[in-house]
Each structure stands twice: as C-alpha cells, then as structure tokens.
Design a protein around this ligand. Structure first.
Ligand code: TXA
Ligand code: MG
Length: 331
C-alpha cells in the first residue's frame, strides 16, 4: 500500500502555474505516466530553457501536451484516420502520437523535425493546467537527460530543484512508465517506444498486429541505450539466477541492490538492498523508477534484476530495464 499521501495542487496553484507558462517560465507537473517539465510549446525561448535545464541536446524533440482530442487539428496536420481512432480511444491517456507538425509548432519544440509528438495526458492536474493555460505545453520527463524519470513531486524537487519556476504536486504517478509512442505518419502505424498503453490494446483497436521498432531513421533519444539509467550499474540475468548472482557480487564487495522476481518472494537474500518485484505488472510499472532511485539513495553500485514476461505492461518494463542496463556514454 502507498504510504505517500496524495497531495493535489489547488485551483490557485494551477492558475499560478498557467501564469508562469504565459510568462515564458517552466512548470513541472504531474501526468499519469511520469512528471513533465513544461513550457509554452509555441515559445522557442521557453522551450530552449527546457533543454538547458534537462541537459538535453536541442535536436531531441519534445512531446506537446494538449487539453483534448478536439484540439488535435489545431496542432498537427494531415491526421490519418487511424491516428484519430487511436486518439479517440486512448486519450486522455498514456499514448503519444507522432504526426506532421502544424505551423504553430516551432522547430525548437520538434528538434528541427517536420513531425511532432502530441498527447492528452490522463491526470486531472495536467488537464486543469492545460485548460487554464489554453495552449499546448511542450514537456519532456522532468529529469536530467539520461536519468530515471520522476514519478513523484519529491523526485522532481530532488533532481531539478530551483531550476524549475513552479512545481505542481499531483501525488505519485499512476502508470509510472512513460507513454507509448506510436508513429502515425506512415501508412502503417509503428510503436517507437513501448509504454503505458499496451501493444495488445493498440492491436485490438487497429485490428491488426503492430510492429515495435527498436531502430528507425527518426531521432528518438528515448531509445538511446543509456536512457532511464540509475547511477548504479544494472545487470540483467535469468530470473532463476538473480539471487545467486546478487549474493556472488555482494561477496565480491559490491553494494548490491536486488529486484527479486515475484516467484522467489520468500527467499532470504544477502545483499545491500532487497526489493521483491510486485506480481502485478501494473504495480511493477508504477514502482519501477522509485525502486531504482531507492537503490541509488541507499548507495548501491550494482543492481541485479531479470526481465519480466514481455507482454502487456511487461513490454515497457523490460524496455526500460534493458535501457538501464545498456552501455553508458563515456564520462
Ligand atoms: O509519458 C510521457 O511521454 C512523458 C510525460 C511527461 O508526458 N514524457 C516523456 O517525454 O517521456 P520525453 O521527452 O522524456 O520523451 C519523449 C520522446 C523522446 O524519446 C522523443 O525523441 C520522442 O518522444 N519524440 C518526440 N517527438 C518525436 C518525433 N517527431 N518523432 C519521433 N519521436 C519523437
Ligand atoms: Mg525522458
């Protein structure tokens, strides 16, 4: 059970935050997936500050958050029927569509691309902010480039602190992993990043199988191997060897954090920090980034984990664990 109280921003907080956006400032806000670092999507200077605060290269495009599907045609051009079908079925919710950029979206927001990413977030505070502001909010996850996305206001405060002009607290995020990104610009939609809307749910609506593309010509920095990484090194092993590997590394002097698979929940494990993975994929997704942050806070230098079954939300969880375990850029 969650012990963090659900703190929800007041109407007056939301009005203040909308004012900050209008003045070209940065607002961190909750979504159902992770916290976002928002700026007026039509203000290139404000968007440039988002890149600076995150330490993210300016060529990496942001997601434009809008208040409802009825506004989609104000932002994107040539929206295909399939894209509209997905938007109507899954918005508000953890689905991002890549579409052709409308004229009001500056190239600063799209990282120079002629396409844009857009979604309607499924969180009451985010929706209230978007309504009060009246425009689109360009927002990446509210973390430094390459690190783990924040799923509480406390995570944002710890990571970005004073660099943010205003922080709206909407409690812990329900979904816990980022939105599913679907490229809808071509004839056949493709998943660019697995996330909160499952591939199975998308396929059911589309009535056909959907490819998950691990590489493409499109610049998608979220798919860079070193993304979503805690400070500690992450190694992935078979579920049946997680405990043995963790204990071996701990014996060799590492400070090991272990993500114990649910089927081994009752085992006693000799390691620095031990977390039993929730049996439900939704619970695991919700808590994954919190677990990784917790291991860092406890001083772990190695995290031993296994991949969940790659279906439903397990696909997004496995994707993030693989990224976390991927090669790091030279420091
Ligand atoms: O759940 C989410 O999507 C969160 C919340 C805050 O909405 N946002 C998020 O943003 O994860 P960010 O910037 O961390 O990841 C956005 C991803 C990036 O990998 C980016 O490259 C991709 O969206 N993206 C944006 N525009 C794109 C485009 N035109 N074509 C392909 N990928 C694009
Ligand atoms: Mg991110």
């Amino acid at each position: 059970s969650e012990r963090i109280a659900k703190v929800t921003a007041t109407t007056s907080d939301i009005d203040k935050a909308a004012g900050v956006l209008r003045a070209g400032g940065l607002v961190a806000f909750p979504t159902e997936t992770v916290y976002g670092l928002g700026a007026d999507a039509e203000d290139p200077a404000a968007v440039t500050r988002v890149f600076q605060v995150k330490g993210r290269p300016p060529t990496h495009p942001l997601i434009v958050h809008i208040a409802g599907v009825e506004h989609l045609s104000d932002w994107a051009e040539d929206v295909p029927a399939t894209a509209l079908l997905l938007a109507e079925r899954f918005w508000p919710g953890p689905l991002t569509l890549v579409l052709r950029r409308g004229r009001r979206v500056p190239l600063a927001t799209t990282g120079g691309l002629e396409t844009m990413a857009v979604r309607v977030p499924g969180h009451p505070v985010a929706l209230a902010l978007l309504s009060a502001f009246g425009g689109g909010v360009a927002a990446p996850s509210a973390n430094r480039f390459g690190s783990v996305s924040p799923t509480t206001a406390g995570h944002v405060r710890a990571e970005l602190g004073d660099a943010v002009d205003f922080l709206l607290d909407g409690g812990p995020c329900e979904v816990g992993v980022e939105s599913t990104i679907v490229d809808a610009t071509g004839d056949v939609p493709r998943v660019l990043r697995p996330g909160g809307v499952t591939r199975e749910d998308l396929q059911e609506v589309l009535g056909r199988p959907l490819a998950v593309h691990s590489t493409s010509q499109v610049r998608v920095p979220g798919r860079h191997p070193s993304h979503y990484a805690p400070r500690a090194q992450v190694v992935l092993v078979e579920p049946g060897t997680v405990i043995a590997e963790a204990e071996r590394a701990q014996d060799l002097g590492r400070q090991v954090g272990v993500l114990v698979p649910p089927s081994f929940a009752d085992a006693a494990v000799k390691a620095h920090a031990v977390v039993t993975v929730p049996g439900s994929p939704a619970d695991y997704a919700r808590r994954l980034y919190g677990f990784l942050r917790e291991f860092d806070q406890q001083g772990c230098d190695l995290i031993v984990a296994s991949l969940p079954v790659e279906e439903g939300l397990g696909l997004a969880i496995a994707n993030r664990l693989r990224r976390a375990a991927g090669p790091r850029p030279a420091e």
